[in-house]
Write a protein that binds this ligand. Structure first.
Ligand code: 5AD
Ligand code: SF4
Length: 473
């Protein structure tokens, strides 16, 4: 019944934020200083985007963000795509326990993909009793409501949903960068690649309404954003389940019309269903960047079949050729898994062959990690660790050579760079990206941040360039 009082879920949540704001105000009056919060984000760009939303809610409640984990509220937004990601979270939790022993009033929250696993939550409830709040991937919009329960009850609050079809719009969000921003276009994944835990922890595919996406981007642009990264586990599936179905290519065309928006990126398209329409948009759009992140995972058709990827090596290579023929200067990056169960030396060499043939600008290479509950976890012929390590080392070498060779092709040319920040190592330089996503460092000051400037690419260094500002026409 209570829900009927609110027009939408977001109204209800703003009410909780207002209630928490009172609580935060009282606490900070008692302490004589503002309450601080810190979010530690593990994993991918989806999580990074979720953290921006979570921080938006916390700031609305009156918390002030702080750089380190010694804060009044610390939230870990976790990842579980590989075992390593989980281990990192437990390591950090040990560190937090010590901080909390010194500051007992501190609140600790855990959310994200790892919390969607029953065994993880059980373990935390049993062995990490100092944690105050646990929620999952489907209900991050409830942060204020859950924190209210937490401070009222003073006991551990656990709220995990198995799946959802709900998309809550119009909540606050706090951007990390002034000039660029990730934008969710869909949530979840229906692909069930046999190694991957994502469909189990992020649920079924749900697309956002195009009007909501366009409105969000228009507001971002009005607020100074010139580049957006459209996010979805497989953007090619965008729009299939909408009341009025729409393709990803059509969505891009709509977004392209937004005045003031300069660059559009997206990730990730699946090679099994990348449409000709999308290639057409890549070829003709002024704003869609000429970079395709196209995860191959393996070069062996047999392994790809076992991975449930729905394409062969030949089909993948043909797709790359088709895109290259239509989109001049397109750049490819990829994800590769080494050591999938049953991977033989011949299979591995097929992967090396793909890397050599495609000439990726860069590759994200991963050692296969067994995820309980996925079909691959119970497959025969798990590959021994020393064999995987040897293949991984050999692959890195080929990948390095390939990106080096590839990057040399633009040396001497003048290209547009979106400046992202002052260089980490030399503050007389700035760092930015080409439309193909490759990094460029060149002499300049912070007044250039967020601007697109022409830069002569003087020298290629492995996977980035050193440049010099060109005279603007
Ligand atoms: N082991 C190793 N790598 C994995 N990925 C997903 N699941 C696993 C796993 N179990 C990689 C894939 C995917 C990227 C985001 O993470 O390459 O594209
Ligand atoms: Fe995982 Fe495959 Fe879905 Fe990507 S497409 S999230 S690899 S199941």
């Amino acid at each position: 019944m209570e829900d009927l009082l609110y027009k939408t879920e977001s109204h209800k949540q703003y009410e909780y934020m207002a209630q928490m704001k009172e609580w935060v105000k009282l606490q900070s009056e008692k302490m004589g200083r503002p309450l601080t919060c810190h979010i530690t984000t593990f994993g991918c760009q989806m999580n990074a985007k979720d953290s921006e939303k979570l921080l938006g809610i916390l700031e609305e409640m009156g918390y002030v963000e702080t750089e380190d984990e010694n804060a009044d509220f610390v939230l870990f937004n976790t990842c579980t795509v590989r075992e390593n990601a989980n281990l990192k979270v437990y390591g950090h939790l040990g560190h937090l326990k010590k901080i909390k022993q010194k500051n007992p009033h501190m609140l600790i929250g855990l959310c994200g993909c790892m919390m969607q696993e029953k065994l993880v939550v059980q373990k935390i409830q049993e062995s990490y009793k100092f944690v105050d709040l646990i929620f999952g991937t489907h209900n991050i919009f409830k942060l204020a409501e859950l924190m209210k329960q937490c401070v009222d009850s003073r006991s551990m609050i656990v709220d995990i949903w198995q799946d959802t079809d709900q998309i809550v719009e119009d909540l606050p969000s706090e951007r990390k960068f002034r000039f660029k921003c990730g934008v969710n276009i869909m949530y979840g994944c229906n692909n069930f690649c046999s190694y991957c835990i994502v469909p189990y922890v992020r649920g079924r595919e749900r697309s956002r309404n195009p009007k909501d996406i366009v409105r969000e981007i228009e507001n971002l642009v009005a607020d100074g954003v010139i580049e957006v990264m459209l996010l979805g586990q497989n953007v090619n599936s965008y729009g299939k389940n909408l009341e009025e179905p729409m393709t990803f290519a059509q969505l891009l065309r709509e977004i392209e019309k937004i005045e003031g928006l300069e660059r559009i990126r997206f990730m990730t398209p699946h090679p099994k269903d990348l449409s000709d329409d999308l290639i057409e948009v890549l070829a003709t759009s002024e704003k869609v960047c000429n970079h395709v992140h196209l995860p191959v995972q393996s070069g062996s058709s047999e392994i790809l079949r076992k991975m449930n990827r729905h394409y062969t090596k030949e089909q993948y290579l043909a797709l790359v050729e088709k895109i290259r023929a239509k989109v001049p200067n397109v750049s490819f990056t990829t994800d590769i898994i080494v050591g999938f169960p049953g991977e033989t030396e011949e299979d591995f060499l097929e992967t090396v062959d793909v890397v050599k043939k495609v000439n990726y600008d860069s590759c994200y290479t991963f050692i296969y990690s067994k995820r309980t509950g996925t079909p691959a976890a119970t497959m025969d012929n798990q590959v021994p660790e020393d064999v995987i390590k040897d293949r991984f080392r050999r692959l890195l070498k080929v990948v390095g050579e390939s990106s080096k060779k590839n990057i040399n092709r633009y040396v001497g040319q003048t290209m547009e760079v979106l400046v992202e920040g002052v260089n980490d190592h030399d503050d007389s330089m700035v760092t930015g990206r080409l439309t193909n996503n490759v990094l460029v460092h060149f002499p300049g000051g912070e007044e250039l941040i967020g601007k697109i400037v022409p830069v002569v690419l003087k020298e290629a260094k492995g996977f980035y360039y050193i440049g010099e500002r060109a005279q603007e026409a």
